[in-house]
Design a protein around this ligand. Sequence first.
Ligand SMILES: Cc1ncc(COP(=O)(O)O)c(C=O)c1O
Length: 408
Amino acid sequence: MAGMRRIRQSKKLQHVRYDVRGPILSEAQRLEAEGHKVLKLNIGNTAPFGFEAPESMVASMVAHLKDSQGYSDSKGIYPARTAVAQFYQSRGLKDTTVDDVFIGNGVSELITMTLQAFVDDGNEILVPAPDYPLWTGAVSLSGGTPVHYRCDEENGWNPDLADIESKITENTHALVVINPNNPTGAVYSEAVVKGLVDIARRHDLVIFADEIYEKILYDGAVHHHMATFAADDVLCLTFSGLSKAYRACGYRAGWVMISGPKELAADYLEGLTLLSNMRMCANVPAQHAIQTALGGYQSIEELIVPGGRYYDQVKLASKLLNDIPGVSCVEPQGALYCFPRLDPEVYPIEDDEAFVIEMLRAKRILVTHGTGFNWFEPDHFRVVALPDEEILTEAIERIADFLETYRS
Ligand SMILES: Cc1ncc(COP(=O)(O)O)c(C=O)c1O
């Protein structure tokens, strides 16, 4: 239309991507609109796969619904923050107090908020590759430069500490760690966690520790909080929430706990409080589920042992993927995902997003390409192991069929 100005997205979004819900999902939705049934192994959303939040959590929300009509304290309601503080106390972080906890609309909101308050234009932030891509996107959105460090597939996907060191410049301000990891399912050893904290300590970096899968551990894997080793001399922000272990993605309830030299970080924490105030508060009904979730019987324990759905499905997916010629998958020790490698000699893929779209069109199966997790080469993809074993088996059979045609 002559004379009218085009309305464009802001330049701030230039480097912001979130492929987990990007063009591939749009293509899947187009196919569904045409009447096709697509098997979706792309998003870690528990409810559509028949997982339910503990009843006591729902009851707690219902019981408090009537008194949840007002805004709460912007950092969150007192019982929820107390429960979070006590959880970390019980994990050995005995000095954690209610004041150290901010409740948010999921970890997602808190990732964006804590980075917005911290990052200045051009600051370099170390982010794992592969990563949960919200981290890279949120660093870019806040004006920073994400610098990706390599997690080493040949070493159980543990972060490569030497690679991290080599990427530190005088402009590096923070280190993001995702443990247990999405998309790889790695749970970092104590030595690696200590090594990461040691790097942060020596280079004066703030730690952003995304530990949302801390309770989803298999085969005796042990999770070590970064905050334990960061002690009182490294500022550490620890993130977790109800979405995964408590199967309540839609309630939007998460938290960040701040530990370390808080006096030195007073200015940053003031900024964080400002941003927290500006978004008023997190969804109040869901905050009433937090104390109930964290106390008492922990039903997650049933899901992560043999016979439990999380355990059986993750193990099955990993095995079936490993059975495909030219495909190898490091067995996940935690979380809900498999991140298999496609041997480039067998599958010479140049554009993994195009590869995944081709597979979607041919087999009606939706996975996410590895470069969508900021992986360096187009030779991986991620499978979400949430569908039941029957559907997972069918889905991975379809992947195997597709790969067979791709091979020849
Ligand atoms: C590593 C990681 N961090 C954060 C989130 C976001 O969680 P929330 O639902 O609390 O926003 C996810 C969701 O998949 C995740 O995998």
